[in-house]
Design a protein around this ligand. Structure first.
Ligand code: GCU
Length: 346
């Protein structure tokens, strides 16, 4: 079954069908925003796929990004954010943005690793010391410029920049996690990437790759015993209801990337592209600010819903996971990126 067919039989079939046939926004025809000085171009609405809820900082920052972009370009470019995987889970939206059926998406580093192993350099444990450090790297074209355009020829995708996912930690259905031994033999959901599979194996657990939107029912039904994420998704996806103990393993700081179909991006006039870049900078800055409050709020709300948050033996996790860096960073290009990122640490 093709990706598109799979989507059409999914629960969001109505909306997806509507959007993919172009009724949900402007079509690509006759837009010519690239501007050769000819006729005025038709306004364009970019459909952006997101797997988070409308209360999540990513939705808020992207929605406002779209509104500001529309104002800055006199309505020539607008963004419609589709939350909750309504345009497909991240693995699908990656394909759909590449083939132009969807215009933009937020995808986790784990997804981009399937297209280029260089992204692994920015996903391994230890690459970022803090969110501030991460943001100074993933939105610095000096460091990531070549990486972000490297998928244009092969996949028609351009990476615009990154949002933080914060530090990720484990939670299991039964009990709390204090040392890697507490995860031994557990079936843990991972993002669909070799790095995440290896990470869970290094802790002696059994990895189950699964789309984000399936984790709640996976936990509930017992298909998986646990998962790992940040506090915000732990709360907004309601995982705390089925796995009430969040254990601060802080095993890595994840990145969400904003991707766009490259052909579409090439249609933007120089001025509109400058406005797009400027508003994107404002968007990731706003997202970073929102993140701290959203994390605190998520903890408070999850606790009110019966969840607890516990510290772990962080050294034991660091020791178990450190070898992944050498294991996964084998190419010169990966090592260069990793070192450039480390060089930006304060
Ligand atoms: C975080 C991240 C998402 C990712 C998710 C996951 O919530 O922001 O982009 O999809 O983790 O674990 O799949």
């Amino acid at each position: 079954m093709s990706t598109t067919t799979k989507l059409l039989v999914g629960s969001a079939a109505g909306l997806v069908a509507l959007v993919l046939t172009g009724c949900g926004g402007a079509t690509a025809e006759g837009n010519g925003n690239g501007g050769d000085g000819g006729e005025a171009a038709a306004p364009k609405t970019l459909r952006l796929a997101l797997n988070q809820t409308e209360e999540h900082p990513s939705y808020i920052a992207l929605d406002e990004f779209g509104q500001r972009l529309s104002e800055a370009t006199d309505g020539r470019w607008t963004i419609d954010v589709y939350p909750n995987e309504t345009l497909g889970a991240q693995a699908e939206s990656l394909q759909l943005v590449g083939d132009g059926s969807v215009d933009m998406a937020i995808v986790s580093g784990a997804q981009l690793e399937t297209l280029s192993q260089d992204f692994v350099a920015l996903s391994v444990p230890t690459v970022f010391d803090s969110i501030e450090h991460q943001m100074s790297v993933v939105n610095d074209t000096e460091v990531v410029g070549d990486l972000y355009t490297s998928l244009e020829d092969s996949n028609s995708l351009t990476v615009i920049g990154g949002f933080t996912q914060g530090a990720r930690s484990f939670y299991i259905k039964d009990g709390t996690v204090e040392t890697p031994e507490d995860l031994a033999g557990k079936k843990l959901r991972v993002q669909e990437s070799e790095l995440f599979i290896a990470l869970v194996e290094a802790l002696g657990a059994s990895p189950t790759p699964m789309a984000f939107g399936e984790v709640y029912t996976g936990l509930q039904s017992g298909v998986i015993d646990g998962a790992e994420n940040n506090e915000v998704s732990y709360f907004t996806q309601k995982h705390f209801e089925v796995a009430p103990s969040f254990s601060y393993t802080n095993h890595l700081i994840g990145t969400d990337y904003l991707i766009i179909n490259s052909d579409l991006l090439a249609e933007m006039s120089e001025d509109d592209r400058a406005a797009f870049d400027e508003e994107w900078t404002a968007a990731w800055e706003q997202h970073t600010e929102l993140w701290t409050d959203a994390t605190e709020q998520a903890i408070e709300d999850a606790e009110a819903g019966g969840a607890s948050f516990n510290e772990v033996d962080e050294d034991a996790f660091t020791e178990a996971l450190e070898p992944l860096v050498d294991e996964f960073l084998t190419e010169d290009s990966q090592i260069e990126l990793y070192e450039a990122a480390r060089g930006a640490a304060k």
